[in-house]
Ligand binder design. Structure first.
Ligand SMILES: Cc1cc2nc3c(=O)[nH]c(=O)nc-3n(C[C@H](O)[C@H](O)[C@H](O)COP(=O)(O)OP(=O)(O)OC[C@H]3O[C@@H](n4cnc5c(N)ncnc54)[C@H](O)[C@@H]3O)c2cc1C
Length: 397
């Protein structure tokens, strides 16, 4: 037997013995673990699973061992993914630590920053949030105005961020700030890390129509940030910011992570769409709907195969501008899938409450609305298409 065969056998045995049964199903809302202690999973098994996986470094399988990772090479990583998928294991840890700031620090952090932050991300001890967007800077992110003044041994940060997902549960923030107001806008930005418990940080949850508050407006008044929390060079934060966005889009499209199924699988209805349609239409599915279901399923299959190929080619790393292709295609696929579910269910698909609807019908109606945000979060569709045109296809400005 080759050493890879041994690795597979040992991995299979270990997962069999250590993955709790309740962690072998689709993720249930409220049971996720995204790091930190301010928001707890409702399922205690989630922490058993997290601790066991973190001990082996398998919350971040390809990170070096000294930073809390598993030190797996490409082949071992792919085997681990296959074995996790085989038992339908949930990812032990999600959130912006493992998917966004961790991989970015691996590339751009100082040795001191890596040793300080990465092990605490890998163990799930710390939750992070993203301070990019501002009321006047979304798609045109480089127009951001939050400023950081040089005060010798520290920066003094003033300004505000908006749509800060999970800010009220986060322990730390990675934040884009303006450090040179005279330079061209992309060249006066720096990338800072600071604790959300720092004096001067105020968090105001933004309540949505459905009563949820997934994001906040975040205010900074004279927040002191030590100089050692500057990532990469002063005024070169835009380079770091762009790379982090590639990790974000890669995470959204579930590339290079243990969660290769990603949102595509998470929104999967209990039944394949064809069967769902047969159930609601009593077997008489109109031809237009039939065609759209098939076309949606073909997109899913093609996406899944391309996703697998990319994970294999990228050896656990994150591709560059091509991540925008995955982000765009997935956003469109997911929205189309939910539109189809709505069409199939008819009036049963738009229920908000009441006992004339099943739980599945009620939850899918909310998901249908929520999914509209997928083509905005992490950069809107139009921005992804701009990036694909310029950076992937090489078209002129
Ligand atoms: C669910 C969700 C979670 C989010 N979480 C975070 C977070 O944690 N941290 C954070 O910093 N931000 C977060 N955001 C904010 C997100 O990054 C921005 O909403 C997004 O970048 C768009 O910016 P905007 O909302 O200001 O829209 P605008 O930039 O004002 O865009 C409005 C419309 O104009 C279009 N448009 C703008 N410029 C162009 C152009 N050059 N070419 C063609 N069309 C254009 C856009 O595509 C869009 O349709 C989140 C957003 C959502 C929806």
């Amino acid at each position: 037997m080759s050493s890879l065969d041994d690795f597979r056998a040992a991995t299979r045995d270990w997962l069999e013995a250590n993955c709790p049964q309740s962690m072998r199903t689709r993720i249930v809302a409220g049971e996720e673990v995204n790091g930190g202690s301010k928001r707890r999973s409702t399922n205690p098994d989630a922490y058993v699973w997290l601790e066991r996986m973190a001990e082996r470094g398998w919350t971040v399988p390809t990170w070096p061992r000294e930073y809390g990772g598993g030190g797996l090479d490409k082949d071992q990583f792919l085997i681990l993914l296959e074995e996790l998928q085989r038992i339908h294991a949930r990812p032990p840890l999600g959130g912006m630590g493992v998917t966004m700031i961790g991989p970015t620090l691996l590339e751009y952090g100082s040795e001191e920053q890596k040793l300080r932050h990465l092990p605490r991300i890998a163990s799930g001890e710390v939750a992070w949030c993203q301070g990019y967007s501002e009321p006047g800077a979304g798609s045109d992110l480089a127009s951001l105005q939050t400023k950081a003044e040089d005060k010798g041994d520290h920066f003094l940060v003033n300004g505000s961020k908006i749509w800060t997902s999970g800010a009220s549960h986060a322990d730390w923030i990675f934040c884009l700030v303006r450090t040179d107001t005279a330079a061209p806008k992309h060249q006066g930005i720096s990338f800072l890390l600071f604790s959300m418990d720092s004096p001067g940080v105020t968090i105001k949850p933004i309540e949505l129509l459905n009563g949820k508050s997934p994001f906040c407006q975040t205010f900074f008044d004279d927040v002191k940030v030590p100089k050692e929390d500057l990532v990469h060079n002063l005024n070169e934060g835009w380079t770091v910011a762009k790379r982090l966005l590639q990790h974000e889009r890669s995470g959204l499209a579930a590339l290079a992570s243990a969660d290769t199924a990603g949102p595509l699988e998470r929104i999967r209805p209990e039944l394949p769409l064809g069967q769902l349609a047969a159930e609601y239409a009593g077997g008489d599915i109109e031809p237009g709907l039939r065609r759209d279901i098939v076309s949606n399923d073909m997109t899913k299959q093609a996406f899944h195969l391309t996703q697998q190929r990319t994970v294999e080619e990228s050896a656990g790393g994150t591709p560059g501008a091509a991540t925008s292709i995955f982000k765009f295609v997935e956003a469109e696929y997911v929205k189309a899938q939910l539109e189809l579910q709505l069409r199939i269910r008819g009036t049963q698909g738009v229920g908000w409450s009441g006992d004339t609807f099943t739980d599945m019908e009620l939850s899918m109606a909310r998901l249908w609305l929520e999914a509209k945000s997928i083509s905005i979060a992490g950069g809107s569709n139009e921005i992804q298409l701009n990036i694909i045109a310029k950076r992937v296809l090489g078209l002129p400005d």
